[in-house]
Write a protein that binds this ligand. Sequence first.
Ligand code: ATP
Length: 372
Amino acid sequence: EAAATGSTGGADLSLVSVTKRFTDFTAVDGLDLTIPAGSFFALLGPSGCGKTTTLRMVAGLEQPTSGKITIGGRDITGTSAHERPVNTVFQNYALFPHMSVLDNVAFGLKRRRVRGAEEQAKAALELVELGHLAARRPGQLSGGQQQRVALARAVVNRPAVLLLDEPLGALDMKLRRQMQVELKKIQTEVGLTFVHVTHDQEEAMTMADTVAVMNGGKVEQMGAPRDLYELPRTAFVANFLGKSNLIAGTVAEDRGDAVVVDAGGHRLAVRKDRAAVHQGPVLVGIRPEKLTMLWPADAPAPEANLLHGRVLDTSFTGVSTEYLVQVPGVGTLGVFCQNHGQQPARPGDDVVLAWDTGHAFGLGGDQDSTAG
Ligand code: ATP
């Protein structure tokens, strides 16, 4: 079992061409993942993309149709669940209601007759800042506190890999954000390998060192949260991680370090190192917060990266004001403005949108721009 490995830190986890078919449906399709020891890894994707099935195969609750899973270099593909150095925390963490919080955490250790079980359980409760509630029953705790007990119970076993399946799903938004920070802190302190499954992009981005975006049983893109956000490689990733304006056009000119895309008669420059394709159809991506909105009188002389449009709608969100701007020949673009000092534009106003070339990205034009 977990502690029997004697490991104190995490171990690396790898999946090699892992496929899972349910009768005629392929839930996970040739997945290749290498997760370094001690990292916080998030599997992010919409409902049904195969996240939970992937996690269940790592836990040994589901057998892959083909492929190989290794932990710390050891092939565990055929190993039964209880022999794997893995612990799972689910959304519906089942604590024993008739036991104290401390006994809940110490349960696994005591069952394995680990010496000093109580002390280790106390330390794990201190880690999640619940030492003072050790004597209570789970029913006397809040949802967030119960979730922390479930975490302490998993961490105390020192699994080489800790799997988290939407562990914060049952919590309200505020508690959820708070727990995200705490979970990240705990992971850093214990140094275990965490694999976290979520459909919440903000959750994945805040906590993980590396995020794999899954879609239809495959990984669309994997990388550091900032890299995925700044330079998505597919329309699905661009739309799933926040909002993106994706403008369809065709490469009209090669300027050496950049291509100039013609979109409905407008000229948009994209740096080649930020463009997946350098000829033919392209989707030019610009995040709403990277657009600057100007009054027509303040706009520079016409050149690349200027779009004239008309405000359709505005909404104030507190942090920013969001505008929908209709640009003839291009479509409707979203703009987020944080500058509340200037006079806000209103529906019907003519405006000009501008941006730095370095903020645009280019995707292959053969994709559905609304995917994700
Ligand atoms: P969610 O976020 O909704 O939990 P998920 O990404 O975790 O979704 P999975 O639970 O891995 O998705 O399921 C992936 C696909 O496999 C789904 O379409 C699901 O219906 C299907 N699936 C899962 N388990 C089985 C099963 N035992 N038999 C048949 N199909 C299954």
